[in-house]
Design a protein around this ligand. Sequence first.
Ligand SMILES: NC(=O)C1=CN([C@@H]2O[C@H](COP(=O)(O)OP(=O)(O)OC[C@H]3O[C@@H](n4cnc5c(N)ncnc54)[C@H](OP(=O)(O)O)[C@@H]3O)[C@@H](O)[C@H]2O)C=CC1
Ligand SMILES: O=C(O)[C@@H]1CCC=N1
Length: 269
Amino acid sequence: MHLTDKKIGFIGTGKMGESLIRGILGAHSDISIYASDVYEPALEKLNNELGISVSTDNAHTIANSDIVVLAIKPQILKDILARIKDNITSDKLVISIAAGVPLAAIEDELNSDARVIRVMPNIAATVAEAASAICTGSNATKEDAEVALDIFRSLGSAIEVPEKLMDAVTGLSGSGPAYIFPVIEAMADGAVYEGLDRASAITLAAQTVLGAAKMVLETGMHPGELKDMVTSPAGTTIRGIHTLEESGIRAAFMNAVIESSTRSKELGK
Ligand SMILES: NC(=O)C1=CN([C@@H]2O[C@H](COP(=O)(O)OP(=O)(O)OC[C@H]3O[C@@H](n4cnc5c(N)ncnc54)[C@H](OP(=O)(O)O)[C@@H]3O)[C@@H](O)[C@H]2O)C=CC1
Ligand SMILES: O=C(O)[C@@H]1CCC=N1
């Protein structure tokens, strides 16, 4: 099975829908993508820039697709599912990326044979560096899971997890890019304070985050050990680390992930 044999439809072309569409087209330029949304200017932009087929009619998108990605807000998911229920036949694979919404809640709104997979990607799909996790619904086959993993691995990395861990994934990697953007901005601010120009400061800060992440992924070393490689005794780095620890950086990041996971659980209720 090749992904390019599949036609993918997007319901919702907001921030995440567009990110996934751009990422998928970057990885598979000849794939057929259909998309619908209520906001016509967003559709026109995607049609003009990417040449994909667009419509304001979700039924049209579904009819043309083998895989239907639900990229709409969790709060309106139930309403939309009720409206598209009879368009989702068992020959289609449904992928929901809605934060918090459990597979059972989605399956309850669809016909009993609906094949559903839940995925938590992140916005870095735009540049094929997303970190995604998937879990499978009661009718999804092994092949469906492979198809979903293929799609999201082509957008970065993807793993399968038990559904009970999806809120933790949401708090960590789903929301995570938004924790790191301010870190990059703030690090650059520090260098601007010290006299570096803004553009150079942002480039150096972003490359520093990218390089640190790549070292963790490629060396397999523990982040603490990598940190120790940078901190010379009585050097510059340990002074910076001391300040960060005084500011409670570890608790701040842990709490961000925990609070975001808690909000994901709330969205599922
Ligand atoms: N943003 C992110 O980084 C991530 C988001 N997610 C999940 O992705 C989903 C989408 O989030 P995001 O892209 O940020 O949200 P957006 O609001 O940017 O996108 C949702 C889009 O759906 C449109 N829409 C509303 N009603 C309908 C309808 N009836 N039919 C078709 N389209 C409709 C909205 O239009 P309008 O605005 O006019 O209402 C909007 O363009 C959410 O469930 C979120 O939890 C998951 C991982 C990361
Ligand atoms: O903030 C949100 O709710 C969505 C889900 C994960 C990232 N953005």
